[in-house]
Design a protein around this ligand. Structure first.
Ligand SMILES: [Zn+2]
Length: 411
């Protein structure tokens, strides 16, 4: 099983400088390859990444574009993986674009990367670096300290170094042997999980997992810092005599305070990303999928329109008028008082076991959904068609969880 571990790096100043140059190289090579690709397409040719890479290799130490001010090929100072990988990435990006177009999904062509606007990263093949306890030994720069040890045993498949705000991270992909990746289960039950807005997750056992509080404070700070930053930007515009949107290609006067503000804003965004990673729908689902694969657990995913909140888990009657603001409600038919989220989780648990189907006209999901089967559709109450998708370690980009995702998991 392929698992990734992202570890914060503690680089020295020289090492940070190298990282920035290597990421810049990867970006520049990507842009070169993409421009060549587009040029060939315009000429009616069929570009291919391997041929482009070969061509690049033949010019990279001689072409004036790739020489420094002393006429030296600066690419020699950067390890070659950083400028070889963009070709493979570009080929993959085009393939993905074509596949998405063919499947009728929204897709955009690979774009040029712009400094400061793209993710700074570069790749390392598995035979080019070595993990050494709380350090990693990288080509050209040697040992870089890590904040923690590599979590997974197994064969290292590759790694990438990337920047977020002003921190650098090493993401190591490890092929973990199945017998090590698989954990034995201690329980064998079906639990309904409702991913919601107020509680991060509610379980059918009545337990609620609350969103971490730091998020609220961080979001408030984000508003304040964004406002300060936009004032600094307005001031810079006034100095340059610009009204309205800033024309493309304009360079505003450099301001240390604006740069500092931008950095503190980026750090805050990074922190919020980390906090959100505990509570985001997509992240929770991905974690559940990856954990369940390790534990041999089966996940049943309910469709977005499955009315899990509106059904009474006591008598099965549907409360069509239930508003999102009603956190507690009483069933008109049987008089049971429900906590909105827990009731939903109980319904989802039953959806997975099939007991709800017997009581209402709702579909049974557990038998229809087995590992490896294709997506099936089952009719839901009210005549809607709800896709029940089984996802076993695969991701989708359907944006299913715009409001709420419902997951039934067997823990
Ligand atoms: Zn009821």
């Amino acid at each position: 099983m392929l698992l990734a571990h992202r570890i914060r790096l503690e680089p020295s100043l020289d090492q940070r400088d190298y990282f920035a140059r290597a990421a810049g190289t990867a970006r520049r090579v990507w842009n070169w390859a993409l421009a060549e690709w587009q040029r060939q397409v315009a000429l009616g040719l069929r570009p291919n990444a391997m041929a482009l890479k070969k061509r690049f290799n033949s010019i990279k130490y001689t072409d004036p574009d790739w020489l420094d001010e002393h006429g030296q090929p600066w690419l020699r100072t950067i390890h070659r993986d950083a400028h070889a990988q963009p070709f493979a990435n570009l080929a993959r990006a085009w393939t993905r674009y074509v596949e998405q177009r063919r499947a009728g999904q929204p897709a955009h062509q690979p774009r040029f990367k712009k400094k400061g606007r793209c993710r700074d990263s570069f790749y390392l093949a598995n035979d080019k670096f070595e993990m050494d306890g709380t350090a990693v030994v990288l080509p050209k720069i040697g040992r870089v300290l890590l904040r923690e040890r590599l979590r997974w045993p197994g064969k290292i498949m590759g790694a990438s170094v990337s920047r977020q705000a002003d921190h650098w991270y090493l993401s190591v992909q490890v092929e973990v042997p199945e017998q090590l990746a698989h954990r034995s289960r201690t329980g064998d039950a079906v639990t309904g999980v409702d991913l919601g807005l107020s509680a991060a997750a509610a379980l059918s056992s009545g337990e609620k997992i609350v969103a971490p509080r730091p998020l609220k404070a961080a979001l408030r700070r984000l508003r304040i810092r964004s406002r300060r930053q936009s004032r600094k930007l307005e001031a810079a515009k006034q100095v340059s005599g610009i009204t309205g949107p800033i024309p493309k290609g304009t360079r505003l006067p450099v301001s240390k305070n604006r740069t500092k503000g931008a950095l503190s804003l980026a750090r805050l965004h990074e922190r919020i990303t980390q906090v959100r990673a505990d509570i985001g729908f997509h992240a929770i689902r991905r974690q559940l999928q990856y954990k369940s694969a390790r534990y041999g657990t089966r996940i049943v995913l309910a469709g977005r329109w499955y009315p899990s909140s509106k059904l009474c888990s006591g008598c099965g009657v549907r409360n069509g008028k239930l508003a999102l603001s009603e956190r507690v409600w009483t069933c008109a038919a049987c008089g049971i008082r429900h906590d909105r989220d827990v009731n939903a989780a109980v319904n989802l648990q039953r959806l997975a076991t099939g007991t709800l189907a017997a009581r209402t006209a709702l579909p049974e999901a557990s038998q229809a959904v087995t590992p490896g089967t294709a997506a099936g559709t089952v009719p839901a109450a009210g005549g809607e068609v709800t896709p029940v998708r089984h996802e076993y370690g695969q991701q989708d980009g359907s944006g299913q969880e715009e409001y709420a995702a419902h997951v039934c998991a067997r823990f």
